[in-house]
Design a protein around this ligand. Structure first.
Ligand code: CO
Length: 292
């Protein structure tokens, strides 16, 4: 269990460091590189690329190569951080407003997370957690995003197949003592659904399988060594391989069916989205926040 506590503690450290860097007129890629340098200097392994999703983009935005996005007044930025310690994963997100315009929307997801944490323990059903989050967000006048959810965490798996819903799904599946889950309410001014947007240039290897193409093989060997099945960005591959190797290699891995490509997730009605997330350990009569 020690690795899970350590992963949580380091996730919080990186998240809190990164949060302070998000300011008006600062470039998204500069914040990303600054946080990456901080993790290198402190020997911290990221579990997935640093995500900085703005306004109606709910999730999965990571800096592109030569990204030119700049944080502007009245932007709402979600910073989502994952850290991996020997396979154990911490996952946590905060929302940051440039100015005060979205303070109420940000507190909606914070309140919902706090309410959920109060009730989560051994034997709680997924439906009960979802209902608590939905009720808390509705009370603030916003809507939860129904097709985004938290998730159970396993070794080297950011998502182990258990969804922690953000609305009342009535699911009767019960959480058990010893499980680690990420709870992440999303609140929005929109209708409360996301759709796929553009390619994010974030990928995940689905399995280790031999591929014919030399570029694909080189990439998959490297990814398996460094990341296993954790998500990674094209940007980080370009630090090790040529653009040709990366482009051909990624395409062949996708064609071979062993690479998942993530899309940006956009609120369908272009509503602004806030998100707050902690990883917690389920205990007999409560849960313990790990990313604190
Ligand atoms: Co998460």
């Amino acid at each position: 269990m020690d690795d899970w506590y350590e992963a949580g503690r380091l996730t919080a450290k990186v998240r809190d460091y990164g949060k302070k860097l998000i300011k008006e007129n600062i470039k998204l890629i500069d914040v990303t590189e600054n946080i990456e340098k901080f993790t290198l200097d402190n020997n911290i392994n990221l579990a997935f690329p640093i995500q900085l999703s703005i306004n109606e983009i709910a999730a999965h935005y990571a800096a592109f190569v030569n990204d030119d996005i700049i944080f502007k007044k009245n932007d709402l930025i979600k910073l989502d951080i994952g850290v991996c310690v020997n396979g154990a994963i911490g996952d946590s997100a905060v929302s940051v407003g440039i100015g005060n315009k979205w303070d109420k929307l940000i507190s909606a997801s914070e309140i919902a997370l706090n309410e959920a944490i109060k009730i989560v323990k051994d034997g709680i059903t997924l439906g009960e957690i979802g209902k608590t989050i939905e009720d808390a967000i509705h009370k603030t006048g916003f809507k939860p995003i129904r097709n985004l959810s938290g998730h159970g965490l396993n070794l080297f798996m950011v998502h182990n197949g258990i969804n922690i819903p953000n609305y009342d799904t009535k699911e009767s599946f019960k959480l058990k003592e010893g499980m680690v889950i990420a709870i992440e309410p999303f609140a929005t001014t929109g209708d409360g659904l996301v759709k796929d947007g553009k390619d994010s240039d974030i990928f995940r290897l689905l399995t280790k399988k031999n591929v014919r193409d030399i570029n694909a093989r080189k990439l998959s060997n490297y990814i398996w060594e460094e990341k296993k099945t954790l998500p990674f960005s094209k940007r980080e591959l370009l630090k090790k391989f040529s653009e040709y190797e990366v482009n051909i290699g990624l395409r062949n891995l996708i064609n071979a069916g062993i690479l998942h490509s993530y899309k940006h997730l956009i609120e369908k009605t272009n509503g602004i989205v806030s998100q707050t997330e902690h990883s917690v350990l389920i205990k007999k009569d409560r849960c313990e926040i790990l990313t604190i």
